[in-house]
Design a protein around this ligand. Structure first.
Ligand code: UDP
Ligand code: MG
Length: 326
């Protein structure tokens, strides 16, 4: 029997792209239904991440006109990862598997066939991996590469060049729901689930309308989140750095004592001042790293809800079923 697939698409101020995205995704789903890859009750589930523009209005209208479109509205902007999780958790209770993708169709829609085939072959998680990054700016390419390398050094298991284009079975989604962390970094989390997985390779296009919702500031904080959520190595590096600096300062002290004993006490102003700055800087950096982890503990301990659902435009047949039951 073909699988019931939900395409989970987080949207933040995406009014420009939604009409085209729905058209393309509906077309693709219909094609997949026709080829026996998806069941007829497969759906597109948009998650409105507290958009300030007409995104929700468009989703609601599309839901009325197009039986394939479902909508989940979050009460406020919680960021891409939380919005995605909200959608996946809704899909978990209804679909056999869910594929997460961006609203801007940068991820190749035609790769969905292969995702469904791998799922049918028994994979619980299928990662979409980008072939090359030639549609990215040089800066984005270089920073992404540096980030993956860094994560590797820090011992975090991540799929290279995989963003959040990914299929997860209901079983994998159930497992994901057991990870309760507030600082979400799904790319690091999903490989921890450990069920059978496979990869689908695709070319990533350019965003066809609208602007990226990931400016540099968000990208950096996302990367830092990824590191501090999955690795305590920075804390170890700090301790080692502290040891090295302490050893060096003993040498410095010896040198100062010898200079003093030989009567060679010229006021080394430059050296003094520069070492104060260097050590002060290092200390502040180290405190900052420690502070970053403490901040995380603080937000995890509070365990506040990761998202709040304001409205859910469900599949129509379910609505009717509920009404009948009443
Ligand atoms: N997004 C979101 N909440 C946010 C920021 C982004 O739901 O706070 C969504 C956005 O609508 C898009 C996806 O996350 O569907 C990826 O964002 P974008 O395409 O802007 O990122 P980029 O591809 O430039 O990294
Ligand atoms: Mg994008």
């Amino acid at each position: 029997m073909p699988a019931k697939i939900y395409l989970v698409v987080p949207c933040y101020n995406e009014e420009e792209v939604l009409p085209e995205t729905t058209r393309r995704l509906t077309e693709k789903l219909e094609e997949m239904i026709a080829s026996g890859r998806a069941s007829a009750d497969s759906r597109i589930l948009y998650v409105d991440d507290g958009s300030a523009d007409r995104t929700w209005e468009i989703i609601s209208r599309q839901h009325e006109e197009n039986p394939m479109v479902l909508g989940l509205k979050l009460a406020h902007n919680r960021g891409h990862q939380n919005a995605l999780l909200a959608g996946l958790m809704a899909a978990k209770d209804e679909a056999d598997c869910a594929v997460s993708m961006d609203a801007d169709l940068q991820d190749d829609v035609d790769a969905l066939d292969e995702f469904a085939d791998k799922f049918a072959q028994g994979c619980d998680i299928v990662y979409g991996v980008r072939n090359k990054r030639d549609t990215d700016t040089f800066f984005k390419r270089a920073s992404a590469l540096a980030f993956y390398r860094l994560m590797q050094i820090l011992g975090v298991d991540m799929v290279y060049n995989h963003a959040d284009y990914r299929l997860m079975s209901r079983r994998a989604l159930d497992a994901l729901s057991e990870y309760r962390e507030v600082n979400l970094f799904l790319r690091g989390l999903v490989p921890l689930i450990g069920y059978r997985c496979d990869y689908v390779y695709y070319d990533r296009h350019e965003r066809f309308a609208g602007e990226s919702k990931y400016p540099l500031k968000k990208m950096i904080s996302f990367a830092i989140d990824g590191i501090t959520s999955f690795s305590v190595k920075p804390l170890k590096i700090i301790s080692n750095l502290g040891l090295i600096v302490s050893a060096l300062s003993v040498l410095g002290l010896l040198y100062a004592l010898i200079s003093w004993a030989t009567g060679n006490v010229v006021a080394g102003w430059t050296a003094t001042v520069s070492s104060i700055w260097l050590l002060g800087g290092l200390q502040m950096l180290c405190l900052g790293v420690v502070g970053g982890y403490i901040g995380k503990i603080y937000s995890e301990v509070k365990a506040r809800p990761r998202f709040r659902i304001e409205e859910y435009l469900r599949p129509e047949d379910e609505d009717e079923e509920k009404k009948r039951k009443k």
